[in-house]
Design a protein around this ligand. Structure first.
Ligand code: BGC
Length: 417
């Protein structure tokens, strides 16, 4: 059996976010949105990770992972404008120490979709000149005490997902629909927030501190082989869904977190969910298309030229029937991207544990660990062992059935030795 070896020092980890796991995040715009019954299920105590974080970290370390990603909840740190909560900050200092004490590298994201409810001129809106400054002040406040234990800083997570759910679909705060202008404008404020926080972190933690952000990257491809969505259409979708925002901050990132879940067949200007093939689908109906990870990593590498970490990739799979195969196939394609020259430093799976999947509630189960929401007991799923073994070996055993042929039939390299 051939082995796909990953570069020395490769990061193997799992990602989480504050609102999705901690519970009781009552000063945030998401909490208010939930209480106003704008979503089917409230986050409530979530996974109770605010109290049970040592158990989460223990699981990751025992699996053999060497990296753990958390996010800091701005609404806890600054529950009212200008009033900072030292106890909340002390809590996060404990967590980042806990990550390091277990021998893992620590990745901290400053903003993962949730805002203090007071931000901006309406609930959760960034459309206010003061918002980027407020974000910078928050970044400055947390950065000094956390910095000694943080290896990778990310300012913002998936501004593209935030803009589309918050301003186009309306199923996330601030709940606006079909507001294209608002959705584009929020990028301006978020880009300013990133630039300010980037400079602030460097100033406080030192010029060598690695500051980046995390972004979901689409793999748009023609729904039909001879379809209209060839070069220009792909470029259009990449621009709309990813480059448009990233280009605004590209001169202020030391690394880029690439996140990938499914492919996006497109027909002319429309994204369609089918292309005539019948790929396996996750519990949420998302198409499983491992090849896309290769393309989005290549795209990020070619366009931005900074070190890349895959900071999210995973699936809702309550029965754990598909997760191991999903992992192996995505990692094989990631390996191929590295072999073809992309500077990829790590792979972090989404997620360490089942959690609150935003408007979808607690139904989808993305965890390497199952969470019993009545007792908060965590139980590692069998597939977590596969990731642990890969992490320990820093290699994937490329087994039979691993198909590394491009969907259009060209350029197949096969797994490399
Ligand atoms: C987000 C996570 C989310 C995951 C799965 C990403 O868009 O960063 O918060 O749970 O995808 O939907």
């Amino acid at each position: 059996m051939r082995e796909l070896n990953f570069p020395k020092g490769f990061l193997w980890g799992a990602s989480t976010s504050a609102h999705q796991t901690e519970g009781d995040n009552r000063h945030s715009d998401w909490w208010a949105f939930e209480q106003a019954a704008r979503v089917g299920e409230c986050s409530g105590a979530a996974c109770d990770s605010w109290n049970r974080w040592p158990a989460d970290l223990d699981m990751a370390a025992e699996l053999g992972l060497n990296t753990y990603r958390i996010s800091i909840e701005w609404a806890r740190i600054e529950p009212e404008p200008g009033r900072y909560d030292a106890d909340a900050l002390a809590h996060y200092v404990d967590v980042v120490h806990g990550i390091r004490a277990r021998g893992m590298q620590c990745m901290v994201v400053l903003w993962h979709f949730t805002n203090p409810v007071w931000l901006g001129s309406g609930p959760g809106t960034w459309h206010d000149d003061d918002a980027p400054q407020a974000f910078e002040r928050y970044a400055r406040y947390v950065c000094g005490p956390l910095a000694p234990c943080v290896d990778w800083w990310a300012t913002l997570n998936e501004t593209n997902t935030y803009s589309s759910h918050g301003w186009l679909k309306g199923d996330w705060p601030p709940g606006r629909r079909h507001d294209w202008l608002g959705g584009f404008r929020v990028y301006e404020y978020l880009a300013r927030a990133h630039r300010r926080a980037y400079a602030a972190i460097k100033e406080v933690a030192g010029p060598d501190t690695r500051v980046g952000l995390t972004h979901v990257m689409p793999w748009a491809h023609p729904a039909h082989k001879r379809g209209m969505c060839s070069g220009p259409m792909q470029a259009y979708w990449r621009w709309l869904a990813a480059h448009h925002f990233l280009d605004k901050v590209a001169d202020r990132i030391d690394w880029l977190g690439v996140q990938y879940y499914y492919d996006s067949p497109c027909r002319a200007l429309r994204l369609v969910d089918h292309d005539g093939s019948t790929p396996p689908r996750t519990d949420m109906g998302w198409r499983i298309a491992p090849e896309g990870l290769y393309h989005v990593v290549r795209d990020a590498h070619v366009r931005y030229g900074v070190p890349i970490i895959v900071t999210e990739n995973g699936l809702a799979d309550a029965g754990d029937a598909q997760r191991e195969r999903f992992l192996l196939d995505h990692l094989a394609w990631l390996h191929k991207a590295i072999a073809d020259g992309a500077d990829v430093r790590g792979y972090l799976h989404w997620s360490m544990l089942d959690n609150y999947e935003w408007a979808e509630g607690f139904g989808p189960r993305f965890g390497l660990a199952h969470v019993d929401y009545s007792t908060f007991e965590r139980t590692l799923r069998p597939s977590s062992g596969a990731l642990g073994a890969i992490a320990r070996a820093n290699a994937v055993a490329a087994g039979a059935g691993m198909d590394l042929t491009y969907a259009d039939g060209t350029g197949s390299l096969g797994p490399r030795e």
